[in-house]
Design a protein around this ligand. Structure first.
Ligand code: FAD
Length: 382
């Protein structure tokens, strides 16, 4: 077994690190106080990253990307998300967009690869989040066009998106078999952003959306009529790996902050790093971080070197996000009152870590899916 990270991926991580320290680190104090990084600034930073060759990191070379695959993306994200600014590299479309046919490739995929268009991903609804077969947004077949009616909730990036990757049902009684994925441009009549939904995550600002008889060309159905469940599974599996890598970055930075503070801060004349109570918090955190890292890297490696990593991606996301929550909590404790101040990156990382036990599928649903695979149970055994 060879755990060596290939030289070109080590180089990618090093370039990402230099970018983070040069461009993101100076902005941290302002970001932590304001809790916001506006979209113009975010795009500007993405362009700076692009100028350093950090664009389309995971995207295959045939699409103009760097071709570093899942492992490359995970390693780069792990490094990038050590900054609380939560910047993403540009030119990496939502994975399901690679299922596009020729027409969709030209209209939707290519502009995202180029940075000319932005998408958002809309699955969750007022009545359903975890329950895939319970969508109430309906797609009606009108021949060459379809009509969409319904509401979506919690949709990130909707305010800047040029199109929505929408999951809806062709038949509310058909469960997962009725799910269909449709690309809906945000200038379509009947589409409306109903309200922003401010969160405890500062500039994590999702939106509630309404689709009122939106007429969309049928050729904008992605992946086939009633085939949306497979499209979503593809999307979510890859998304899970990415979030698992984000969780590693969050935990690593929190731990680095806590270690530095433990060496500096003295009580009763000695650094708190010499106290067993503090050492155990740090030691447990490191062991959990390294354990999750192995799971995440293995899942990413398998995604690049085989197929069918759904089970591994569930385990990686569950382990890494639960770990990040525990680790950021412990690290905040090591920092004492300072960890609770807005000026501390650890408080921001702690709140981010909290989201990822919910977003992109809750930990409970992950456990359920892992157990189902482990026990050989199917959907009808629930
Ligand atoms: C900041 C933020 C951004 C988001 N961005 C997006 C986005 O861009 N696009 C999008 O589509 N969605 C987005 N979401 C929604 C997110 O994916 C959902 O919140 C998440 O999937 C959980 O769904 P829910 O909130 O409806 O919870 P529910 O499904 O209602 O679950 C509530 C609780 O019940 C538990 N539960 C439910 N069913 C079971 C079961 N069978 N067994 C055990 N426990 C169960 C859950 O684990 C949870 O603890 C976002 C959410 C947030 C907070």
């Amino acid at each position: 077994m060879d755990f060596t990270i290939p030289a070109e991926l080590r180089d990618l991580v090093e370039r990402t690190r230099r970018f983070r320290l040069a461009e993101l680190a100076p902005l941290e104090p302002e970001f932590l106080q304001a809790g916001r990084l506006d979209d113009a600034r975010r795009r500007e930073l993405q362009e700076k990253a692009r100028a350093r060759g950090l664009w389309g990191v995971d995207v295959a070379k045939e699409y103009g990307g760097l071709g570093h695959g899942h492992l490359g993306l995970c390693l780069a994200i792990e490094e990038l998300y050590q900054s609380p600014l939560r910047l993403e590299f540009g030119g990496s479309p939502e994975p399901c967009l690679f299922l596009a046919d020729d027409h969709q490739r030209e209209r939707f995929l290519q502009p995202v690869l180029d940075g000319a268009k932005q998408s958002c991903f809309a699955f969750s609804e007022p009545e359903t989040g975890s329950d895939f077969g319970h969508l109430r947004t309906v797609i009606a077949d009108d021949g060459d066009t379809v009509r969409v009616t319904g509401r979506k909730m919690f949709i990130g990036l909707a305010d800047v998106a040029d199109f929505v990757i929408l999951f809806a049902t062709t038949d509310p009684d058909a469960g997962a078999r009725g799910v269909t994925c449709l690309l809906v441009e945000t200038d379509t009549p009947g589409f409306e952003i109903v309200r922003p939904m401010p969160t405890m995550g500062d500039d994590w600002l999702p939106f509630e959306l309404e689709f009122r008889d939106c007429v969309v060309p049928k050729e904008h159905v992605l992946g086939g009529w009633n085939k949306g469940f497979g499209v979503a599974a593809h999307q979510l599996t890859h998304g899970r790996l990415k979030i698992a890598a984000i969780a590693l970055g969050i935990a690593q930075r929190a731990l680095d902050e806590a270690v530095a503070w433990a060496k500096e801060r003295k009580t009763w004349g000695k650094p708190i790093a010499t106290r067993q109570g503090v050492q155990w918090l740090l030691a447990d955190s490191l062991v959990e971080l390294e354990s999750a890292r192995l799971l995440v890297h293995r899942a990413a490696w398998l995604a690049d070197n085989g197929d069918g990593v759904q089970h591994e991606a569930f385990m990686a996301k569950l382990a890494a996000t639960e770990m990040a929550y525990r680790v950021t909590d412990r690290c905040l404790q090591v920092l004492g009152g300072r960890g609770y101040l807005l000026e501390s990156p650890v408080q921001s990382l702690y709140r981010q870590a909290r989201l990822w036990r919910i977003g992109h599928g809750t930990s409970e649903i992950h456990r359920w899916m892992i157990a189902r695979t482990m026990l050989g149970l199917g959907a009808n055994d629930d």
